[in-house]
Design a protein around this ligand. Sequence first.
Ligand SMILES: [Zn+2]
Ligand SMILES: [Zn+2]
Length: 454
Amino acid sequence: MAVSVCYDKDQKMVITGVDCHCGSVHMPIDKDIYIGKGLIENIPAYIEKKQLGKNCVLVADDNTYRVAGADVEKALADAGFTVVSCVIHRDGDMLPDDLSCGEVLLSITRETEFLIAVGSGTVTDTTRINAERTGLPFVSVGTAPSMDGYASAVAPLLHRGLKIQRPAKCPEIIVCDLDVMATAPMHMIASGVGDVLGKYIAKADWQLGQIINGETCCPVCVEMVTNAVNALVDNVDEIAAKTEKGMRILIEALLLAGVTILIIDNTRAVASIEHNIAQYWEMILVQQGKEVPMHGASVGVSTLLVWPMFERFAREDLSKLDLETIKQNRISREKRERWMKHAYGEEGGKQIMRENPGDFLTWEEQERRIRAAQTRFADIQAVIAAMPPLEKIRQVMETLHAEMTPEEEHIPMDLLNRSMHCGKDYRTRYTLFKLLSECGLLEEYLADYPYPFE
Ligand SMILES: [Zn+2]
Ligand SMILES: [Zn+2]
């Protein structure tokens, strides 16, 4: 049965057709997701339905409080809730750092029964980690369709100036009011679109993992994300005009990406090499104390960078590979360790190697993968052929005046070049870049991104 998304009379998302026997464990979708107009005044009823209690801390920043937080607070107070507001004031942008997390923590008392985040990435992640550490449930009221993390269970945070990812909680209730979404500035909307466009890469990499390594690839999650991203590409004018239909398609795509994380309990369907590269930029820029581009905007730019590699690989002649030469040119374990520490820092490099112990391949395993790619090249070509033309993706981004190049994001050249080489090393997750490396082709493909390392 095909996956389908509809809404009940309360504008709650109902997803059907998710029965699946792909072999991976599937969790039930037990979170309430509401998308529609005029939803803010219904929030007390949504909370009562889930029996989260009457006593809450509402988290917002100055901007999101003005856009929706004050209305949410009033709706809750009118319905008899006790609301402690934690509105975070900053001169510049609020960051998900020690100070913000601490402010939320100190607003929580023994009486607090649940948290409610009114905002997008930063506010939600700051609340999410507090919900996790206090064991309290939380509600997310979105203010911008700028990223796919609303339904996520991981919080990217800044701890003592370093970028960290911490396991956290998914909201029990997510409310995305389309009128509120439409107030988001165009660069935030373009960022959300960039985050969604990256799913084409994530999907192709997942299917490559299935072809080369027999990885389980969930067809339901693939279908869910594919439908969502295709709808977005086909309706970019509606999104650019911020129509109700356009806002619904965009936020639905961002939330459905999150729903796949809920179902299979990992981010395989939504993040691959394009996220690794974007996150690497973010990590290094944070370390350097520089301004960081929006997450989805970076994902959009890195998607444009890696896309041509897929198109080129589809035209490759793998029968020409010389296995003896590939074997001789293999990176040694010692050099790889130096490379990982160089790229990710002494601590970071060690940690990645510890968490991904199988990433240094034996020659036998590498050879097996090369032969699998040779034998199943037609299947690989079919995966790539299913991607839309790169030109179409560029048009979507241009229509939204999205950032298109690393220069526009102020990514220094050496950082860009390094990220293209080390993005594949961030985790075991299989990618075209890993396959290129295993086939001895990566350096050739990355000739435009020279990064000599001895
Ligand atoms: Zn993302
Ligand atoms: Zn499945």
